[in-house]
Design a binder for this molecule. Structure first.
Ligand SMILES: [Zn+2]
Length: 142
């Protein structure tokens, strides 16, 4: 059975740091999350599951985790440069899949977990939301 946790919004806008929730307008909190990210480079058939322990904005009212795409990509590019230096990082190839419990993330730092193990430990997102910019402000899309 799929385990789920959090709604997710991947914010592509550098300038907007979401001190308030885009959905309910309450103040967001900052929390650390263990994110599982899939990276693939189809041209060389390269697939990799990566994990990041990263501070993200979170709205407890909406159970909404907000990931800042450029921040995540910066960290991903560093990780990939270490494991696969010949690969040119492309932000379009990364996909945030879900989250891990901290203990499972910590285990993955000490030992090599197989992708299948990571997927079994991972929580999928309950839902993925998107928000659109409009001249008068931000609106929930849908
Ligand atoms: Zn909210």
């Amino acid at each position: 059975m799929k385990r789920t946790r959090y709604n997710f919004y991947l914010n592509p806008h550098d300038l907007y740091k979401w001190t308030k929730c885009p959905k309910c307008d309450n103040k967001t909190k900052v929390r650390k999350f263990c994110l599982v990210i899939h990276y693939q480079e189809k041209s060389i058939n390269y697939h990799q599951l990566l994990s990041l322990n990263k501070s993200c904005k979170y709205c407890p009212y909406c159970d909404l985790l907000i990931g800042q795409k450029t921040d995540l990509d910066t960290l991903l590019a560093q990780q990939i440069a270490q494991t696969k230096p010949q690969l040119k990082f492309n932000p379009e190839n990364s996909f945030v899949m879900g989250t891990l419990d901290r203990k499972d993330w910590a285990r993955g730092q000490k030992e090599i977990l197989k992708p299948q193990q990571v997927l079994e430990l991972m929580y999928h997102f309950k839902d993925v939301w998107d928000f659109e910019i409009q001249p008068a402000g931000w609106y929930f899309d849908g």
